[in-house]
Design a protein around this ligand. Structure first.
Ligand code: DC
Length: 226
């Protein structure tokens, strides 16, 4: 495994991982890996091609050869994502897609198939890796590992706002139960469950602003990567 600088930011959905990872990556001029997007893409493609969740060989083959392109959209922080040439930037962000991703993500051969692809994101420039198992499995020797949490209620509220801003309408109570279901599946699965690495720094962001979290992570980065 490479010794390029890596910061891992793991945590449950709505903990702020994506937002914080993007800000930190931009601030440092590092690349960013949104590993959840890879699982969302696999789930999206698997449904499109009618591949059964029972057929682990086909699922792993699909994940290994995933035809995806990330493109920096002009004038926006957001990356446009193309799956087999189709723009799925929005399509993969729905709660339905998140839930489907959580199901394919519980299948070990799918995780194995995505491992090399995720590690290949680590380059000399530095990488901020956002996910569930970045610190435990994908980048176990990362120089700084953060585990973000927040109360389930706060996470549902944040997710609700985020989806609304993207023009995706969903009811808050439905979101609360979907998030709880997804959390349970992600943390109770046998394959790389959601949990902090032994050497991760846990931050409960329930009562923190984005700026406060960014400041804390920036200070930790300065201490660790001297
Ligand atoms: O971060 P996200 O909501 O985009 O992730 C979607 C799902 O993908 C999440 O519920 C679990 C799975 N996932 C995973 O198992 N491991 C990761 N490193 C990232 C996401």
């Amino acid at each position: 495994m490479s010794d390029f600088p890596v910061i891992t930011i793991d945590g449950p959905s709505g903990s702020g991982k994506g937002t914080i990872s993007l800000i930190i990556a931009n601030k440092l001029g590092w690349d960013m890996l949104d590993s959840g997007a890879l699982y969302r893409l696999v789930a999206f493609g698997v449904e499109k091609h009618g591949i059964s969740l029972q057929d682990e060989t086909k699922l792993a083959d699909y994940a290994r050869t995933l035809d995806v392109r990330f493109e920096q959209a002009k004038g926006s922080d957001e990356l446009a994502i193309y799956l087999e040439g189709e723009d799925v930037t929005r399509g993969i962000r729905t709660e339905k897609a998140g839930n489907a991703a959580s199901k394919v993500a519980a299948i070990q051969p799918v995780r194995d198939a995505l491992l090399d692809r995720q590690r290949a994101f680590s380059q000399a420039t530095g990488l901020v890796a956002d996910g569930r198992d970045m610190g435990t499995t994908v980048f176990p020797s990362a120089g700084l590992k953060i585990f973000l949490t927040a109360s389930a209620e706060e996470r549902a509220k944040r997710r609700h706002k985020q989806l609304k801003d993207k023009g995706i309408d969903v009811s808050l109570p439905a979101l609360v139960s979907e998030i709880a279901e997804r959390d349970a599946r992600d943390s109770q699965r046998a394959a790389s469950p959601l949990k902090p690495a032994a050497d991760a720094i846990e931050l409960d962001t329930s009562d923190m602003t984005i700026d406060e979290v960014v400041e804390r992570v920036t200070t930790l980065h300065q201490e660790r990567f001297k």
